[in-house]
Design a protein around this ligand. Structure first.
Ligand code: ATP
Ligand code: MG
Length: 660
C-alpha cells in the first residue's frame, strides 16, 4: 500500500436535507438529541441497552445469563448466553395470538402482473409447520445443513423458516448463480438436502434452474435428497430415489400442521451465507440465533421507523444478506406486512417498481444504488407516471451511493418528501451499522451519517493511529454488536485473518471511510480499490461520483493502473446515457469536468467507453476484473463465478482493444 498513509477525500458534498415534520411526532426516534442520548447510553451500559431491546422485541423461552462477552483477539463473540428461543416462533407463532393472526405477512407479486399470492401469518405458519415436518420425516435434524437454490418465490422464506423451526441450518445460494458456484457452496457446508425449483421467470425468459441443480449435484455426495418446487411446470430431468416434488411432500395427508419449535440456544447457528465475492473468493459467514434476531428486528424498527400499518418493500433477493435480514427475519419478527417481488426492475418496462409501489401502496421502500442508477438512466418520466404518494421513507444499500443518484431518488421517487436512509453494513454485520435515523438525522447525500446505538466505529491510518477529520482511513469497529458474524464456516483461521488481524483487538471491515467536521461518516469504497496517484490516495467512489455528475454519464467505474512516475494513474470505465456517443472529444470533456470538480490529480488519464460493467450478482462493480482488463491480462481474471453477466467481459475486452 506504499508509505504514504493518508487517504484523501476530494469531493465535498455541501447539501443537507432535514427530516420532514410529518411523521416526526410519531417516530421511534424523533430528534438528533434523542439519538445522541440513546447512543451515549448504549455505549455506557451495553448490557442494559441490549437487554431492554432484546426483551422488548423478541420472545424468549428462557432469558440469558450473560448479555454479552467478546474478545476480538481470540476472536470469540457471544450474546445472550444461556438464553433460549426459536427464530421461527418469533416470526410466526407469537403473532397468532393477537391481532396479527389474519394480517398479511407476505404479499407476493409474481413477474406476471396477474400472479399475486397473499400469505397471512396464520397461513404462513401452517405451510412452514408442514414443511418442517417434511424435513423431519426426511431425517433432517438440528444442526444439519440444508441448501436452497430458489428464486424469489414464497417457498424460499417458507423453507428457511421451516429449517429455523427445527434447528436445521439453512444456506441459501442466490438463484442466479451457476451450477459451479452452487456446487462449491453445497460442498463447503456439506448440505444433506437441496431444495430447488423446476424453473422460473426472469425478465420474460424461462430459466431452467433444475438443470443447474442436477449439474451441481453430480459432485455433491453429502446431498441425499433434492426437493423440487414446481413453478413453471417445465419438463425436468428426474433422478429416482433422490428427487422429490415439494407439493407432493407438503400435501401428503400424513403430514401434520403441528410442529413444535425446537428450543435453540442463543448461540446456536441459524444460517450460513456466502458473501458477494466482490473482492475474491466468497466467505461462508455464519450467524447465530439470538443476537442476529434481536439485531435485525431492532435495526429495522428504528431505521425504517416501521409501524404496524406500514407496507415494507425490500427489493433485494433473499439470496443476499439484505433479503435474509430485511425480507425474512426482520419484518416477520416485527409482525409487518411486506411485498416480495419475483421480477426485475426494468421488465416489462422501467416503471415496474413504481407501478408496484402504486399498486400496493408501499410506504417503506428499500433498494440498491445499482437499481437507482439503472432507473435514473431510463429517464425521469418513469417515476412520474405513477402515484407514489404512499411512500414515507426510502432506503439504499450495497454500495456507496453517488450524490447524483441520491438526489435523483430523493426528487423523483421521494418527491422531496421522503427521508433517505443510506444503510451501511455487510453480510458479516448481520444488520445496519451506520445509517441515518429518518426522523432524527439531517441527511447529506452520499453519507451513511452516524453509527447506530451500540455501534462504535473508528477510522484508522495504515499505522493504526486515528485519522483526522476528513482524512480517509480503514473503517473498524471497537466493540461487538449482537448481529455480528460468529465465524466463517469450517475455517476459523480465515475468520481470524480476514476480520481480526489487520488491527488486533478491532473488527476490520475492509472499507474506507472518513468523518467530516460534523461527525458524518462517508464510506469511500473498499480499501483494496484505493488509487495512489503521486502519493495521493483516492477512494474510487468520489471519482466515480464526479463522473456521474456529468450529464452524459450514466455510470462509471474507476481503477488505478501502474504508472512509472505517479505510482498509479486513473483509468475510468464509462457507460454513457441514452443519446450520447463515445468520442475523443467527449473523453476530453469528461477529463475537464473531473478536473474542475475535484482537481488535476483526479483527472482520469484513460477513459474507456463501455456498454456494461462487470458486476456481482448482487449488483456491485467488480473492480478487480477491471484492473485486469485495463492492463491487458485477459486470460487471468480470477474468480468470475460470482459475475452477473459473463458476456460483459467480452465487450470490455473488445472496447479495450479498440483503444490500442
Ligand atoms: P466480498 O466480501 O465477498 O468481497 P461484498 O463485500 O460485496 O463481497 P457484501 O457483504 O454483500 O459482500 O457487501 C458488503 C459491502 O458492500 C460493504 O463492505 C461495502 O463495501 C458495501 N456497502 C454496503 N452498503 C453500503 C453503503 N450504504 N454505502 C457504501 N458501501 C456499502
Ligand atoms: Mg465484503
Amino acid at each position: 500500500m506504499g508509505g504514504h498513509s493518508k487517504i484523501e477525500s476530494v469531493l465535498k458534498e455541501e447539501r443537507i436535507f432535514y427530516p420532514p415534520q410529518k411523521g416526526r411526532d410519531e417516530a421511534y426516534i424523533s430528534s438528533k438529541y434523542e439519538y445522541q442520548e440513546i447512543y451515549k447510553y448504549s455505549l455506557e451500559d451495553p448490557d442494559g441497552f441490549w437487554s431492554e431491546r432484546a426483551k422488548e422485541l423478541i420472545t424468549w423461552f428462557r432469558y440469558w445469563d450473560r448479555t454479552c462477552y467478546w474478545d476480538f483477539h481470540k476472536p470469540e463473540i457471544r450474546w445472550f448466553e444461556g438464553g433460549k428461543l426459536n427464530a421461527c416462533y418469533n416470526c410466526l407463532d407469537r403473532h397468532l395470538e393477537g391481532p396479527n393472526r389474519n394480517k398479511a405477512a407476505i404479499i407476493w407479486q409474481g413477474e406476471p402482473d396477474d400472479e399475486v399470492r397473499v400469505y397471512t401469518y396464520q397461513m404462513l405458519h401452517r405451510e412452514v409447520s408442514r414443511f418442517a415436518n417434511v424435513l423431519k420425516k426426511l431425517g433432517v435434524k438440528k444442526g444439519d445443513r440444508v441448501s436452497l437454490y430458489l428464486p424469489m418465490i414464497p417457498e424460499l422464506p417458507i423453507v428457511m423458516l421451516a429449517c429455523a423451526r427445527i434447528g436445521a441450518i439453512h444456506s441459501v445460494v442466490f438463484g442466479g448463480f451457476s451450477a459451479e458456484a452452487l456446487k462449491t457452496r453445497i460442498q463447503d457446508c456439506e448440505a444433506k438436502i437441496l431444495i430447488t425449483v423446476d424453473g422460473y421467470w426472469r425478465a420474460g425468459r424461462k430459466v431452467e434452474a433444475k438443470k443447474n441443480a442436477d449439474e451441481a449435484l453430480k459432485d455433491c455426495p453429502t446431498v441425499e435428497k433434492c426437493i423440487v418446487v414446481r413453478r413453471l411446470g417445465n419438463e425436468v430431468n428426474w433422478v429416482e430415489g433422490r428427487d422429490l416434488w415439494y407439493h407432493e411432500l407438503i400435501n401428503d395427508p400424513e403430514i401434520s400442521d403441528e410442529c413444535p419449535c425446537e428450543e435453540m440456544d442463543a448461540e446456536d447457528i441459524l444460517f450460513i451465507l456466502y458473501t458477494s465475492g466482490s473482492t475474491g473468493k466468497p466467505k461462508g459467514v455464519f450467524h447465530t440465533t439470538g443476537g442476529y434476531l434481536v439485531y435485525v428486528a431492532h435495526t429495522l424498527q428504528w431505521v425504517f421507523d416501521l409501524k404496524p400499518e406500514d407496507i415494507f418493500w425490500c427489493t433485494a433477493d433473499i439470496g443476499w444478506i439484505t433479503g435474509h435480514s430485511y425480507i425474512v427475519y426482520g419484518p416477520l419478527a416485527l409482525g409487518a406486512t411486506e411485498i416480495m417481488y419475483e421480477g426485475v426492475p426494468t421488465y416489462p418496462h422501467p416503471g415496474r417498481f413504481w407501478e408496484l409501489v402504486q399498486k400496493f401502496k408501499v410506504t417503506l421502500f428499500y433498494t440498491a444504488p445499482t437499481v437507482i442508477r439503472a432507473l435514473m438512466r431510463a429517464g425521469d418520466e418513469w417515476p412520474h407516471k405513477y402515484d407514489l404518494s404512499s411512500l414515507r421513507i426510502l432506503g439504499t444499500v450495497g454500495e456507496p451511493i453517488n450524490p447524483e443518484a441520491w438526489l435523483w431518488y430523493h426528487k423523483h421517487v421521494g418527491r422531496s418528501r421522503c427521508p433517505i436512509v443510506d444503510t451501511w453494513w455487510q453480510t458479516e454485520t448481520g444488520g445496519f451499522l451506520i445509517s441515518p435515523l429518518p426522523y432524527a438525522i439531517p441527511q447529506k447525500p452520499g453519507s451513511a451519517t452516524f453509527p447506530l446505538p451500540g455501534v462504535e466505529p473508528v477510522i484508522l491510518r495504515d499505522d493504526g493511529t486515528e485519522a483526522d477529520v476528513n482524512e480517509g482511513g480503514h473503517l473498524c469497529m471497537k466493540r461487538a454488536w449482537p448481529g455480528m458474524l460468529r465465524g466463517v464456516w469450517g475455517n476459523p483461521e480465515r475468520f481470524k485473518e480476514v476480520y481480526f488481524s489487520r488491527f488486533p483487538g478491532l473488527y476490520y471491515t475492509g472499507d474506507g471511510a472518513r468523518r467530516d467536521e460534523d461527525g458524518y461518516i462517508w464510506i469511500i469504497g473498499r480499501l483494496d480499490d484505493v488509487i495512489n496517484v503521486s502519493g495521493h490516495r483516492l477512494g474510487t467512489m468520489e471519482l466515480e461520483s464526479a463522473l456521474v455528475a456529468h450529464p452524459a454519464v450514466a455510470e462509471a467505474a474507476v481503477i488505478g493502473v501502474p504508472h512509472e512516475v505517479k505510482g498509479e494513474t486513473i483509468y475510468a470505465f464509462v457507460i454513457l446515457r441514452e443519446g450520447y456517443q463515445p468520442s475523443e472529444e467527449l473523453a476530453n470533456d469528461l477529463r475537464q469536468h473531473v478536473r474542475k470538480l475535484i482537481g488535476p490529480i483526479a483527472t482520469p488519464e484513460f477513459i474507456q467507453f463501455v456498454p456494461g460493467l462487470p458486476k456481482t450478482r448482487s449488483g456491485k462493480i467488480m473492480r478487480r476484473i477491471l484492473r485486469k482488463i485495463a492492463t491487458g491480462q485477459y486470460e487471468d481474471l480470477g474468480d468470475t463465478s460470482t459475475l452477473a453477466d459473463p458476456s460483459v467481459v467480452e465487450e470490455l475486452i473488445r472496447t479495450r482493444k479498440e483503444m490500442e
